[in-house]
Design a binder for this molecule. Structure first.
Ligand code: DHK
Length: 150
């Protein structure tokens, strides 16, 4: 039987719209548009549709997460700096009831101490970090496996 074509939300937080310009030695040279295009292409191969979003606003991230309920089969999230501060995003993710994969381009555990706490990790199925933009592709593979497992 043909697999249903799931819609996956990939959500990016503050300053990720500045990729390519922003600290390239940490975050690489790919722009967010490059990453979005790679994700769209790879998701299509996996049989997914993808909504790729970015906002700098914490409240908007919360609203987008709330709206994902019933509309998306999984969420891949890089909450940027809100990863380390946002109880509001943590609480919104708890309501979601679909697999959440946390992604970071860098490896926060190898950086400043203030990046060592994640409010996303306790409500995520797993975390992928340190692989640059390729982390999003790894996350899409993780989502495929999780959805196939049922
Ligand atoms: C992105 C950010 O903007 C930082 O605030 C996080 C994360 C790390 C990343 O590596 O993608 O600390």
């Amino acid at each position: 039987m043909a697999k249903p074509r799931h819609n996956i939300l990939i959500l990016n937080g503050p300053n990720l719209n500045m990729l390519g310009i922003r600290e390239p030695e940490v975050y690489g040279l790919q722009t967010l548009t490059d990453i979005a295009n790679d994700c769209q292409e790879y998701a299509d191969e996996l049989g997914f549709d993808v909504d790729f979003r970015q906002t700098n606003a914490e409240g908007e991230l919360v609203t987008i997460i709330q709206q994902a309920r019933g509309n998306h089969a999984a969420l891949i999230i890089n909450a940027g700096a809100y990863t380390h501060t946002s109880i509001a995003i943590h609480d919104a993710l708890k309501i979601l009831e679909v697999p959440v994969i946390e992604v970071h381009l860098s490896n926060p555990m190898a950086r400043e101490a203030f990046r060592h706490t994640s409010y996303i990790s306790p409500v995520a199925k797993g975390t992928i970090c340190g692989f640059g933009g390729h982390g999003y592709i790894l996350a899409l593979n993780a989502v495929r496996s999780l959805l196939d497992e049922g």
